[in-house]
Design a protein around this ligand. Structure first.
Ligand code: AFP
Length: 344
């Protein structure tokens, strides 16, 4: 991180980036600006949690088999409603919706696709722990416009994202995003009294190696031998390599990721065999792993599924799950060496 210049608003920053790209039409700028409005509305609602009747579950189960919280539903609706009318999207994909979301016929369509997790970490809402919104943006490749023909445009490796980032609703609300290609990762803090996101963290770089590991160790009995060895490595005393690492696990991916991005460290959600017929990681490739992998790579870090880069995985379904190791480059490369068997 180089400097803090609180005089630059997020809108000014997006416009500056637009001017650098001679082919830019402003479509992308419109898209990001509208997403920011949605996030401000979500942030306002999150800040009211406990006061208004928005805590707790809706009684519904989502496509992931998880309880839908009232705020989950609110965030999902706000993003869909704000984004559908801007004329820049051909479809959307949400963690909360089983299928791709079409643009209603009364609105024009565009070439962009947004995939998002409207409220990540929602089981933490009721206990006032940081939660977030994660997004990844792609540009359509084909000339298709019909929703039932667009899945191939959506199921693409994360490396093809044109932008990705997240909003974190924590002690303050922040947006962190990148458009890749060496443009850097930038963080903006919402100043509630002004209602604007201001540049607070310019050009974020993740330390090459961290001092913290984040994993749900309650899953220990469900892991395999290689995962045990990896986690044991981080806990073993060896002052020469800065071990043992400290353990930090919030249970909100955005919060754990954001801390590690700024301070260095590794977040892990390995494969487990809770479902012995289909051992898998918990996190979703398209709406969680890919966007954060795009951010971390631009910040100098790395994201792996234990065998190779997350960003190179060819997705086969919208709600695909993956094991995830993400954070400081050296730590994630080491995790990959353990998980892929190079340390056996
Ligand atoms: P929820 O949105 O259901 O709270 O799940 C959050 C999450 O997808 C991710 O944000 C956390 O890192 C991870 O799951 C926590 O999962 P465990 O509770 O199994 O550790």
């Amino acid at each position: 991180m180089t400097k803090r210049d609180l005089s630059i608003t997020l809108t000014q920053h997006i416009l500056r980036q637009q001017r650098i790209n001679p082919e830019a039409t402003g479509a992308f700028t419109t898209l990001l600006n509208e997403l920011v409005v949605a996030a401000k509305l979500i942030s306002r609602e999150v800040n009211k949690a406990g006061l208004a009747d928005i805590l707790g579950g809706t009684g519904k189960i989502n496509v992931q088999g998880e309880q839908v919280q009232k705020l989950d539903q609110f965030a999902n609706q706000v993003i869909i409603e704000r984004m559908q009318h801007i004329g820049q999207l051909c479809c959307m994909g949400s963690e909360e919706n089983a299928d791709l979301i079409d643009i209603p016929p009364q609105y024009p369509k565009g070439d962009y696709i947004i995939l998002f997790d409207p409220l990540d970490g929602s089981s933490n809402i009721d206990v006032n722990v940081s939660i977030g919104t994660i997004f990844g943006i792609y540009k359509k490749k084909s000339k298709e416009t019909r929703i039932d023909h667009l899945l191939n445009d959506v199921l693409r490796p994360g490396i093809e994202q044109v932008a990705a980032g997240y909003f974190i609703y924590g002690s303050s609300t922040m947006m962190v995003y990148t458009t890749g290609n060496g443009t850097g990762v930038h963080g903006f803090t919402l100043f509630p009294s002004v209602g604007e996101f201001l540049l607070s963290h310019e050009n974020i770089r993740i330390p090459e190696k961290g001092k913290m590991y984040s994993v749900n160790e309650g899953n220990y009995p469900y892991w395999d031998d290689r995962t045990w060895k990896l986690v044991d490595y981080f806990k073993t005393k060896d002052p020469n390599t800065g071990r043992p690492y400290s353990s930090r696990y919030v249970g909100s991916l955005v919060a754990d990721f954001h801390r590690n991005l700024l301070k260095g460290g590794i977040f892990m959600y390995p494969t487990d065999n809770k479902n012995p017929k289909k051992p898998t990681g918990k996190l979703r490739l398209m709406v969680e792993a890919n966007p954060l992998a795009f951010v971390v790579q631009e910040a100098g870090g790395y994201a792996s599924d234990g065998h190779g880069p997350i960003l190179e995985i060819e997705p086969t379904e919208l709600h695909q799950r993956v094991p995830l190791f993400i954070g400081s480059k050296q730590d994630v490369e080491l995790a990959e060496a353990y998980i892929s068997g190079k340390m056996d």
